[in-house]
Write a protein that binds this ligand. Structure first.
Ligand code: PMP
Length: 390
């Protein structure tokens, strides 16, 4: 048997702020229906896979060499996909938008600097801050999970934030922040404004993007990803779009050769198939709208979403309901404001399985009291007819 050193984590000289921390991540379980991490449920098509295989086979002969450190080809292709007249010198790709965000904080956050986000929002943000020694503060969204510029600007003033992060559409609520609001925020602050548009392609008006504001604001960064719309979560490619000077700052902190040659190639092939990918996005947008309507019809509170997922509830004991879904082979996410669960748009078969599970699981689920002002009994049960209504 291999001999392993028995040292424990507690005996290691871990950075104090990491003591007691757990590695982040949603449960990765072997379950028939996975609707828990906002992935695109459709694998890349046969044609895309064939092109990827060809491109990688061709490239394999050069894998003894380091990749293009500047990812010039991929940046040019991303610029073409994005439009808005942006050039490759305004794009910075990395291993998922996770890495892009970390690089942004490595360059613009750090000791003595503060990152501000608006909750409820993406649960990874505090981790990016912790890992880059950036102070992390939050300010609440309004009762509909929305944001207006007065709210954002007063939170910036109060927190003295150096970096402000607005997620649009927001995870886990699906709420979009209009570009007009971002415009007013940028006009009203010297802080760096980062807009996380990971789910922008799923927005009903995807062209309403903060990228349109880049010519006006040098301290604006828009972050996007190929993980969702391009069905490439396993490929790990996210990117920043910003003024060339911002990109230069990110280039200072990146590790040399941070983006593998295979990653760059796979992303370039995916981008060549953009029309096909975006047709799938249209389909998923419709699926999300149908799921939203179906859940409402069945008496749930559903947060209006501009993304590929929905928050629905509100359950008195959401953990028990989540576990019951799991027992029915459907993995969803226990996340976000009290009483809600999050589900993402799946294939028709996955949606059927989810809706079937809803009818089973939620038949007797006790719901939370409605907010004051709504005349609904506090012991309201979900209205589910035994026939279902799909
Ligand atoms: N931003 C938001 C709002 C997200 O929900 C996610 C993924 N769940 C990411 C960023 C990270 O995406 P990736 O690292 O796969 O690009």
């Amino acid at each position: 048997m291999a001999r392993v050193n028995p040292i424990t984590l507690a005996e290691l000289p871990l950075r104090p702020e990491l003591v007691g921390e757990e590695p982040y991540g949603a449960p990765q379980l072997d379950v028939p229906v996975c609707l828990n991490v906002n992935e695109n449920p459709y694998p890349p098509s046969e044609a895309v896979r064939r092109d990827m295989a060809h491109a990688i086979a061709k490239q394999a002969g050069g894998l003894n060499r380091y990749p293009d450190r500047e990812a010039e080809g991929l940046r040019a292709d991303l610029a073409e996909y994005i439009g808005f007249g942006v050039g490759g010198n305004q794009i910075w790709p990395a291993n998922g938008s996770n890495e892009v965000m970390t690089q942004i904080l490595q360059a613009f956050g750090g000791p003595g600097r503060t990152l501000l986000t608006f909750t409820p929002t993406y649960s990874m943000y505090p981790e990016y801050a912790r890992n880059t020694h950036t102070d992390y503060v939050t300010s609440p969204r309004d009762e509909y999970f929305g944001l207006d510029s007065a709210r954002v600007l007063s939170a910036i003033a109060e927190s003295g934030a150096d970096v402000v992060l607005i997620t649009s559409p927001n995870n886990p609520t699906g709420t979009a922040t209009p570009v007009a609001v971002i415009d007013e925020v940028c006009a009203g602050t010297d802080a760096l404004v980062v807009v996380d548009e990971a789910y922008q392609e799923f927005n009903d008006t995807p062209e309403d993007s903060a990228i349109a504001l880049l010519p006006k604001y040098g301290r604006l960064i828009v972050v996007r990803t190929l993980s969702k719309a391009f069905a490439l979560a396993g490929g790990r490619v996210g990117y920043a779009v910003a003024a060339p000077a911002v990109i230069d700052a990110l280039r200072i902190v990146r590790l040399p050769y941070h983006l593998s040659a295979t990653t760059q190639t796979v992303a370039q092939v995916a981008l060549r198939h953009a029309p096909e990918m975006l047709a799938r996005v249209d389909e998923l947008r419709q699926t999300r709208a149908q799921m939203e309507q179906w859940l409402r019809l069945h008496g749930f509170d559903v947060v209006p979403s501009q993304s590929n997922f929905l928050l629905f509830g509100r359950f008195a004991d959401r953990h028990a309901v989540w576990a019951d879904f799991l027992a029915h082979g459907v993995l969803i996410r226990e996340v976000g404001p009290e009483g809600y669960l999050r589900v993402c748009a799946g294939t028709p078969a996955e949606v059927d399985a989810f809706e079937g599970a809803v009818l089973e699981v939620c038949r007797h689920a006790e719901m939370m009291p409605a907010p004051a002002g709504e005349a609904i009994s506090s012991k309201k049960q979900v209205r589910i007819s035994s026939q279902g209504q799909s």
